[in-house]
Design a protein around this ligand. Sequence first.
Ligand SMILES: Cc1ncc(COP(=O)(O)O)c(C=O)c1O
Length: 449
Amino acid sequence: MFVPQQSAIETAFRETFSQSNRQYDRALNLFPSGVTHDGRYLEPFPVYVKEAHGSRKISVEGHSIIDYWVGHGSLLLGHGAPTVVEAVQRQMALGTHFSACHELELEWGERVQKMVPSAERLRFTSSGTEATLMAIRVARIVSGREKVVKFIGHFHGWHDSLVLAAYAPYNTADWSMPGVTVGVQNDVVAITPNDLELVERTFLEHKPACCIIEGTGGHWGLVPVQGEFLAGLRELCNRHGVLLIMDEVISGFRIHPGGSQAHYGVTPDMTTLAKILAGGLPGGALVGRADLLEVIAFKNRYGKKMKHPGTYNGNPLSAAAGCAALDAIADGTACRRATELARQLRRGLNDLFARRNAPCVAYGEFSMIHILPNYDGPRPTSDDFIPCGGDYRQLDGEQPATLKHAFRCALLLGGVDWFGWSGMTSTEHTSDDLQQTIAAFDKALNWLM
Ligand SMILES: Cc1ncc(COP(=O)(O)O)c(C=O)c1O
C-alpha cells in the first residue's frame, strides 16, 4: 500500500510553485474549486502554465515540465507543431468565422473521409460531447427506438445520457447522477464491458437504438477492449438491428490514422471524433454511413430532419489546424512513434516498480499508459499484460483522493505532469524525456511509500 508523506509533499509543492499558488487564490474568486475543467483540480492547488513547446509545458515559475496530458489527448504532435501553428496563423489573418461555407471545411472533411473507414458522410461539431450527443439522436430518429446501450466506465462526454455510469464508483443498482432526470436514466442501459453474452441479452431485452463504445475500452484503455470483443459486438449489432457507434474521440488518429476501426478492422455505423481531429483547437465530428447521416439533410428519406446548428461547427481556425495535423498523421509514422515511446515508458516504469518493490503497475496499449496503484499482483512479463484479469471494478475502481493528489504533486515536483493515473505520449517526447520521467517516478516513490 502507498502511504504518502502528505505534509512533506505539500511543503515542497508550495515552495516550488508559489506563483501558481497566488494565481489559484485569484481563481477561487472566479471558478467553482478554482478550475475550468474538473480534471485540472489538484490539492493544494493546480500548477499554472504560461507556455508549452514540444513535449514540455513551462509553469509560471519557469519550471519545465514534461507533459503527458498532451492537451487532454489532442496533441499527438506535441505543443506548437510548426505546420499547425503556421496554418492557424495564416487563417487567423484571413478570417476566424465567415458565417458561411468555406473551402477549408471541404479540405478538412475530405481528409477525414479518406482516413476514417466509417466516414461516408460527416458533420462537424465543437466538441466530442456534442458529437456523441448527436450520434445517439441520429440513431434514435433513424431506428425509431429509444434506448442506448453503453459500457460501464466508458466516457463519452458530459451530456445527460452518456455521463451515466462513466465514473467510479460503479453501483449497478443506481446510475443516478445529480441533475439528470429519471426519464433520461431509464433510456440508458449501462452494462459490464467485454461480455458478449450480456450484450446479446441486453439487446434482446431492451431493443436499443444503438450501442456506443470507446474504441480502445473505457477511459482510453484503462479497461481495455479484449480479444475479439469489437468484432463480436459488430456481429451482434448486425444481428439485432442495433446501430454501432464507436467513440474515437481519443483513439481516432492516435492509435492509427484511421482509429481503432482501421486497426481492428471493425467498421461501426457511426463514429465520433474530436481532439486530434482539430489539431489541438476546439472541434469534433460525427461521421458515419451516408444513409444514417442523411437524417441531418433538409430533404431526406425519413421525412423528418434532425436539427443541427452550432456556431463554431467547421470553424476556419479549427479546420486549418485540423488539416495540418491530419496531413502530418496520415502516413502512420506519428502514431507508430508515439506508440513506441509509450511502450518504452511502460517497460521502464515497470522495471523501476519491480526494482523498488512498489505497489503499482504500468500497463496500456498504443500511446496510452495507465498506472494502477495499490497493486500487489504479478509483474508484467510482456507489454500486452492486463492486470487483474481486466476486471473493470479493480482497474477502474475509486482510488483515494489524497493519494491521487499526492501522486500528481510528487510527479510535478520531479518535472512531470501526469493525467491523473494515466498519461499519453506525443511524437515530441524524447528518450531523454522518458529517462527523466522514470527518474521523477523514482523520486516520487520516496514520498509515496
Ligand atoms: C472517449 C471520449 N469521448 C468523448 C469525450 C468528450 O469530448 P470533449 O471533451 O471534446 O467534449 C472525451 C473527452 O475526453 C472522450 O475521452
